[in-house]
Write a protein that binds this ligand. Structure first.
Ligand SMILES: [Zn+2]
Ligand SMILES: [Zn+2]
Length: 156
């Protein structure tokens, strides 16, 4: 998601964006998440404030049985960007906002990395296909959601 300062006028803008970003799930970084962004962008001369609600959804293997599991998470993003002469840089502000300096010549901000980072922290430790997933038998590998096996560990 790219914000172009050169076409952004002073005032409040509502910008929706949908797209795909990989790397949200650190266990399966190659899997691409479907992303929905609803942003409110406020520009006053050289300063642009972006507040956005984020939603992400992706499908990846269940941590217990390896069948497909859906991960759906929500997060938010707060970015303050300032147009300057010189290098572009990003740092964290006191209220958890991302502070960005944007080179006047480039006048563009790519929010992709910031969207990804804000979603990564919302990914739970364990992702299951369902709350009642029984997983795989540690001895024979049978999917205990679909069959029961006769391995001894179960009866003990
Ligand atoms: Zn499962
Ligand atoms: Zn078994």
């Amino acid at each position: 998601m790219i914000i172009d300062f050169s076409t952004l006028q002073d005032g409040v803008h509502k910008v929706d964006w949908t797209g795909e970003i990989p790397g949200v799930d650190l266990i399966y970084p190659e899997i691409v998440a479907a992303i929905q962004v609803r942003a409110k962008i406020h520009r006053l001369q050289e300063v642009v404030t972006i507040r956005a609600a984020l939603r992400a959804q992706l499908e990846r293997p269940c941590d217990r049985c390896l069948r497909p599991a859906v991960l759906a998470i929500e997060s938010s993003l707060y970015v303050v960007a300032k147009l300057r002469t010189g290098l572009s840089a990003a740092e964290m502000g006191d209220d958890g906002e991302v502070l960005i300096s944007v080179d006047r010549e480039e006048s563009m901000v790519d929010l992709t990395d910031h969207i990804r980072e804000s979603l990564i922290v919302e990914v739970p430790m364990t992702i299951l296909c369902g709350d009642d997933c029984k997983g795989l038998c540690p001895q024979c590998g049978a999917d205990l959601n679909e069959e029961s096996c006769s391995c001894r560990w179960q009866s003990e």
